[in-house]
Write a protein that binds this ligand. Structure first.
Ligand code: M6R
Length: 623
């Protein structure tokens, strides 16, 4: 949801900013721009479209200078045009500002500014209004001040005063032509991290933008402001108090965020799943006690035993993982589980008992709706834990404890490896809670064995990638697709449909198989294939009934099943993808992978931009 990069140092800023933006492009790719200070004026280059367009523009019209700010946009206020691209300027044209977030009261601020004096707005954005406000406050306060150190303090103060008037969310970076080698940043609701280098410092929405230069990072908190110079930085709060923040080591390197030999990040991340699933379990299985060890939950055995209800909340793919978790935890621990869309949970008054344990599930740990749900749950006094991949994220830091995914950076906009890691972690939680209740040691051992067998079985599925590609290519003319599954595999139908629509732009729906006859069957026709996720389990024969119902209406059928299921579906399904046999408990981790591959190969065959699908962004930090 928009990416920000700032640099102040001794090197040319342009290549550092462009490289950082490229790494943040997953956050938004509607437009891009830079503002670099050259002597006493700010040079800006910006354009609608991707970073590649901005790079070209900058190659034709270089912008020299050793400090500046930059932005890649996911449009909220105003269309994705050159004019609306960030950076935006104040009335004087000396202050340039980039922003990630939404200024909700921008219209009131704009009206007030226009009443006070002439302001010329050239864009439709809320950000430009903020730039004018900060610029005006600064200009008013700087009249007659000659000491350059005072100018720095006044600029920070101007941003603080402006932000005190703002309703909304922001990650901000700004520069001023009159104040050399100086960047000011601020955050509320949109992430901002300071990269600490040697004689150079960075600001970014995400460490991946700066990890090639430094692995020392300071994660800003909401309501922090930061004044950044080459050799120092100073953090203060919106209320004006000085802050002190620890410098953390970024846990991955620039190498980890390279695509390597893969054509797309999505494919790389699908293929990383044997390792990421292994890492989600690493050190967390106790073979002796036949249970899981999750110290990060920060809960005593007595507290875990007292849990009477679980709420799992998240958005998109994370929500689907939660839906698998509902089946898992209810089956393993016999504790009632509810899965709530984070966006709904935070705004409705879900009845909560005092023994309710809440999990906020989020790969990025920055999703605004999930963060809002976490805060609402905590405000109500519930223990609220996180299941996050990004260890430095706001959700990870604000939760009372949790379980990290350790899946490594996920760059592809379509979530893949984070989903399987989330499901594995939810299985561990179910196992732990179950073993404190009715699950026997034998049952615990068999779940551990099932979990431990996953990486090898995933390897087997990945070897089928070319075969799945051939199946996908047969369906390039499909007008859409329906996905069906029962029990643990019903959420997989939802997730497979989400993957397909995100990256192929085909219409897709996921349903419990039995719902077919309650309405969806009206859609069935030869141009609309149905995908059944139907391993040969206790509900296979029920799935079979639904498959026959589709077949009778000439709907093409693709089945994801196990070897014995494949034998029974021969001559019935048009295409069969066979996954290794496994315990029902872990089956969703296996059945989802061929469907990730299926969506990927179909999207490639359709010529889609797999890693950057239209209108989407990886991390959704606005509501
Ligand atoms: O970072 P999060 O896990 O909180 O993200 C939640 C959703 O925005 C995300 O899963 C989204 O649905 C993905 N693009 C799905 O592939």
């Amino acid at each position: 949801m928009c990416g920000i990069v700032g640099y102040v140092g001794r090197a040319e800023a342009a290549p550092i900013l462009l490289d950082g933006l490229r790494r943040l492009e997953y956050r938004g790719y509607d437009s891009a721009g830079v503002a670099i200070v050259d002597g006493d004026h700010v040079e800006t280059r910006k354009c609608a479209g991707r970073i590649a367009g901005l790079s070209k523009l900058m190659a034709e019209h270089p912008a020299p200078g050793t400090y500046g700010i930059s932005h890649t946009r996911w449009a909220t206020h105003g269309k994705p045009t050159d004019q609306n691209a960030h950076p935006h300027f104040d009335e004087s044209g000396k202050l340039a500002l980039v922003h990630n977030g939404v200024i909700e009261n921008y219209q009131q601020i704009k009206d007030a500014l226009l009443q006070e004096g002439p302001h010329h707005f050239t864009s439709e954005t809320d950000t430009e209004v903020l730039a004018h406000l900060v610029g005006k406050i600064y200009d008013d306060s700087a009249v007659g001040v000659v000491d350059p150190r005072r100018h720095k303090a006044l600029l920070v103060e101007a941003l603080r005063t402006a932000l005190q008037q703002v309703i909304g969310t922001y990650g901000i970076a700004l520069v001023h032509a009159d104040i050399p080698d100086f960047i000011v940043g601020a955050r509320r609701g949109s992430p901002l991290v300071l990269g600490v280098g040697k004689d150079e410092n960075f600001l970014a929405s995400d460490v991946s933008a700066i990890v090639a230069h430094t692995r020392d990072a300071v994660y800003l908190n909401d309501f922090d402001l930061v004044a950044v110079e080459r050799d120092k930085f100073e953090i203060s709060s919106l209320a004006g108090e000085r802050g002190s923040h620890a410098i953390s080591k970024v846990e991955f390197t620039a190498e980890d965020i390279k695509k390597g030999d893969y054509p797309h990040y999505m494919l790389k991340e699908i293929f990383e799943q044997p390792g990421s699933v292994r890492d989600a379990m690493r050190g967390r299985l106790s073979v002796e006690e036949c249970t899981a060890k999750l110290g990060g939950l920060n809960m005593t055995p007595a507290q875990l035993r007292d849990v009477g209800r679980v709420v799992l909340t998240g958005c998109g793919t994370a929500l689907h993982a939660g839906m698998v978790g509902e089946y898992l935890i209810e089956q393993l621990a016999h504790i009632p589980v509810e899965v709530e869309y984070a966006s709904e949970f935070r705004h409705r008054n879900t009845p909560m008992t005092t023994d309710t344990l809440v999990f906020a599930i989020s790969q990025s740990g920055e999703t605004a709706d999930t963060l809002g749900a976490l805060r609402e749950s905590k405000r109500k006094g519930h223990r609220t834990l996180g299941i996050c991949n990004n260890v430095a994220s706001t959700i990870a830091r604000e939760s009372d404890g949790g379980v990290y995914m350790h899946a490594g950076p996920e760059i592809g906009v379509a979530a893949t490896k984070s989903f399987t890691s989330q499901v594995v972690i939810l299985t561990l939680i179910g196992l732990l809670l179950g073993r404190m209740r009715h699950l026997s040691t034998a049952e615990g051992s068999s779940i551990i064995a099932a979990l431990e067998s996953l990486p090898e079985k995933i390897e087997q599925i990945l070897k089928m990638s070319d075969q799945i590609k051939e199946v996908a290519k047969k369906y390039v003319k499909a007008t859409g697709m329906l996905f069906f599954g029962r029990q643990f595999n019903f959420p997989i139908a939802l997730e497979a449909a989400l993957k397909l629509k995100e990256i192929t732009y085909l219409y897709a729906e996921g349903h419990p198989s039995a719902e077919l006859k309650h309405g969806v069957i009206a859609l069935v026709k030869p141009e609309l294939p149905s995908v059944f996720i139907a391993p040969d389990d206790a509900v296979f024969s029920k799935n079979m009934n639904n498959i026959e119902q589709v077949r009778a209406r000439k709907g093409p059928i693709i089945a994801v099943t196990t070897a014995s299921g494949a034998a029974k579906l021969k001559g019935i399904a048009d295409d069969i993808i066979t996954v290794p046999d496994a315990d029902d408990i872990v089956m969703p981790v296996l059945t989802v992978i061929p469907l990730q591959l299926f969506a990927y190969h179909l999207a490639v065959a359709l010529g889609r931009d797999v890693d950057k699908p239209r209108n989407l962004a990886k991390s959704v930090t606005v509501e």
